[in-house]
Design a protein around this ligand. Structure first.
Ligand SMILES: Cc1ncc(COP(=O)(O)O)c(C=O)c1O
Length: 378
């Protein structure tokens, strides 16, 4: 054996390992689409929507072109626009607030809980008050189920109900997770998710879906998805988008959904190994009571004064998110909840995400854990 052989590089996520497991099933599914040539609205799209409804428990599923379109289409369908406020966490991917701003409405940024990374309900209350003080009409709240863990939907739902605003759950990172025993897709008025390839359930391109029990909203969303078309294809009754999921991606997702449940269990095993191996050197993520995670990211917090840039050499890491939304150039003029967003700012300063995917084997993970621990040995 060559003593000097370098160890295999560790992938941050390993889409190829999943491809290997899926074998010919995806190739054959794509082959069927190539044979029938219904690249737009082919039979696989309706099939996938039925499969996603069965998986999530939502009555209606409207697939679409991306997670960003999923958020935007809901806001468009609900007529959210100028003069309206939509409450969003600041510590999230930019698409959450971007979709709001694209409608002409004002995203009002609220803080998150440092332990779960998810929306802080006290900051939400303050954000609603801030919006009103600014003369805006609060219309909706977008909780984000960040890094794969469900937000506190009971608490957020109760505030939304008392304020008469609707809940659009941004489950782009968390499809498959549950809250108090129920899968995401069934909380609030409506849920959006993303099938970007790196997501726990990802396709081989861009894709997204919207989940709701509201039949009228689902019908409006189906119109928004195709330029706001009415019953006559060339009579457009509202503004819309080219928001469809293409048939090829639907075919891929049908196959991937078959192994998703098992992959969620595998991701949880990986997360448990990290918690055991790292819990006494860094702050590992905490699951709130009643919440499960699909571990889109495994995000740790480094002790104060750590060298985040030179951290765990040889191990791929990523920082989600080095700037919260209210700290970014495009969003810094939008309002934040009274009291500021100290937790979001602290997290942006000290989080780092480790490799995470269902196929991360024990020896490779042991190398990662050793490298992380090594960063703190004196
Ligand atoms: C929280 C969140 N919302 C929305 C999106 C947007 O999804 P997409 O990239 O499919 O447009 C993402 C994607 O990264 C996300 O992480």
């Amino acid at each position: 054996m060559n003593q000097h052989q370098r160890p295999e590089p560790v992938p941050f996520i390993d889409i190829a390992a999943q491809r290997g497991r899926l074998g010919k099933s995806v190739d054959e599914a794509v082959g069927r689409v190539l044979a029938h040539c219904q690249f737009i609205n082919g039979p696989e799209v309706a099939q996938l929507e039925a499969d996603l409804a069965a998986f999530s428990g939502a009555k209606h599923v409207v697939t679409c072109a991306s997670g960003t379109d999923a958020l935007l289409m809901v806001l468009m369908a609900k007529g959210v626009g100028r003069g309206d406020a939509v409450l969003c966490p600041s510590f999230t991917f930019c698409a959450t607030g971007e979709a709001v701003a694209l409608t002409g409405a004002t995203p009002v940024f609220v803080d998150v809980d440092e332990a779960t990374f998810n929306m802080d309900v006290n900051s939400l209350k303050r954000g609603i008050a801030t919006a009103k003080k600014l003369g805006l009409t609060p219309r909706a709240v977008i909780p984000v189920d960040l890094f794969g863990q469900s937000a506190d939907h009971d608490a957020i739902g109760a505030i939304a109900e008392s304020e008469g605003i609707f809940v659009l759950d941004d489950a782009a990172q968390a499809f498959g997770a549950s809250y108090n025993g129920r899968r995401l897709g069934t909380f609030g008025l409506v849920t959006a998710t993303s099938f970007f390839p790196a997501k726990p359930l990802g396709c081989f391109g861009d894709g997204g879906a919207i989940f709701t029990d509201d039949a009228d909203l689902a019908e409006t969303l189906r119109s928004v998805r195709v330029h706001g078309q009415g019953s006559d294809k060339y009579d457009n009754i509202r503004l819309g988008l080219t928001g469809r999921l293409d048939t090829m991606q639907a075919a891929v997702l049908i196959e991937k959904l078959k192994i998703f449940e098992d992959e969620i269990a595998m991701r949880n095993t990986v997360a448990e190994r990290y918690a055991q191996g790292l819990g006494n050197v860094v702050t590992v993520p905490r699951l709130a009571s009643g919440c499960t995670s699909v571990w889109a990211q495994y995000t740790i917090r480094l002790p104060e004064g750590s060298d985040r840039d030179g951290f765990a050499k040889g191990i791929p890491t990523a920082i989600y998110y080095p700037k919260s939304m209210h700290q970014q150039t495009a969003y810094r003029d939008f309002p934040v909840a009274d009291g500021g967003l100290p937790a979001s700012e602290n997290l942006s300063d000290d989080v780092i995400s480790l490799p995470m995917h269902a196929y991360l084997d024990e020896p490779t993970q042991a190398r990662i854990i050793k490298a992380v621990r090594g960063a703190f040995s004196t």
